[in-house]
Design a protein around this ligand. Structure first.
Ligand code: PLP
Length: 356
């Protein structure tokens, strides 16, 4: 089957095979990766290699830390304000959809002021918001953006204007699927469960000068502690970091982010071209803002959409149901989805259209 789920999502076949083979005994130790101590030399090698591969793949500058957390993107909705909004306690936000709203709500709940600079809510988030007036670091600790909007199907391919304000990016759904310059951000974060591994690891890449001692915040979300302890303040998700490391090695074999982005562009173009030609299905996102990784589409008739989803499932094209807030269908085309999977989807949709 081909799995078009929005996350957790499909993993590369060779990685699944390697995990199967290595599960009883890691590196000839006679112990499973799920059984070894995070304080062992064996695991040190695994986490250090994963960090090194993140650095190589994203060309992370030396003045940035690469950290492994738990708690997902949602954990970072709390961690980022608590660690970074220490000066003005004020955050700027571009409201591009569900996950940007969630991030803003969590910061508000924790007592920070969140100013929404622009929102495309009244356009059903089918285009991306951009601030109309310049912003300044004298007013805001940072600007929060969601680079890829998983539910709505938009992505910033060019980063929005942010003056001298630190940019924070939630890359949860296009982390290493599309190239961004780490140095354009003060901090980026995302769970790995869409493009980079099994759920349970949250990657944070943060510029050194933004990491400082902060009092009265939970240790589990404290960047300064995690830097000092090499992401092992407490027991890390050992298996998940190992599996993420394998996906990173696989990604390097695909030509890194540059290589996979080319494939991702081909995959997305194949589906968008079909949808733009179709008389039954349509994607309603502003073309320049279309996501490479999440493609929502609809017939405009909920009953026909449902019929298409059921028939697709029968044909082995799984998890195409759109998010309940958007409806219709959604195909998530993350890194591990092969071009052949998208071709199979397009062939299916084409045949379905002929019959309707
Ligand atoms: N941000 C974006 C863009 C997402 O797509 C998601 C989840 O799908 C989240 C944040 C929340 O991430 P998590 O489930 O890892 O907490």
């Amino acid at each position: 089957v081909y799995n078009f789920a929005a996350g957790p999502a499909t993993l590369p076949d060779p990685v699944i095979k390697q995990i199967q083979e290595e599960l009883p005994s890691i590196n000839g130790s006679g112990m499973s990766i799920m059984e070894i101590s995070h304080r062992s030399a064996l695991f040190d090698d695994i986490i250090n290699a994963a960090e090194q591969d993140v650095r190589e793949l994203m060309h992370v500058p030396d003045n940035y830390h690469v950290l492994f957390f738990q708690g997902g993107g949602t954990g970072q909705f709390a961690a980022v304000p608590m660690n970074l909004a220490t000066n003005h306690h004020k955050i700027a936000l571009l409201d591009s959809g569900h996950w940007a709203t969630k991030a803003g709500d969590e910061a508000t709940n924790l007592g920070y002021q969140v100013d929404v600079l622009a929102s495309t809510k009244d356009q059903h988030y089918q285009a991306l918001p951009h601030a109309n007036t310049p912003i300044s670091a004298q007013d805001y600790d940072y600007l929060h953006i969601t680079t890829n909007n998983t539910i709505e199907g938009t992505a910033y391919h060019e980063l929005p204007e942010h003056g001298d304000v630190t940019l924070v990016g939630d890359l949860s759904s296009n982390f290493m699927a599309e190239n961004y310059n780490v140095s354009d951000f003060g901090l980026i974060f995302g769970g790995v469960q869409k493009n980079l591994g099994p759920a349970g690891v949250t990657l944070v890449i943060v510029r050194d000068d933004l990491v400082k001692p902060v009092e009265h915040i939970p240790s589990i979300l404290n960047y300064n502690l995690f830097v000092k302890k090499n992401s092992m303040y407490n027991t890390p998700p050992v298996f998940n970091i190992y599996a993420t490391g394998l996906v990173l090695k696989w990604l390097k074999e695909q030509g890194g982010i540059e290589g996979i982005e080319q494939v991702n562009r081909q995959k997305a173009a194949l589906l968008y071209d079909f949808l733009d030609d179709s008389k039954l299905f349509a994607n309603h996102i502003k073309p320049s803002d279309r996501s490479l990784t999440n493609v929502p589409f609809t017939t405009g008739d909920a009953a026909v959409d449902k019929e298409a989803i059921t028939a697709a499932t029968d044909a082995g094209l799984m998890n195409l149901k759109g998010h309940r807030s958007v409806g219709g269908l959604r195909a998530s085309l993350y890194n591990a989805m092969p071009l052949a999977g998208v071709q199979a989807l397009v062939d299916f949709l084409h045949n379905f259209e002929k019959q309707h």
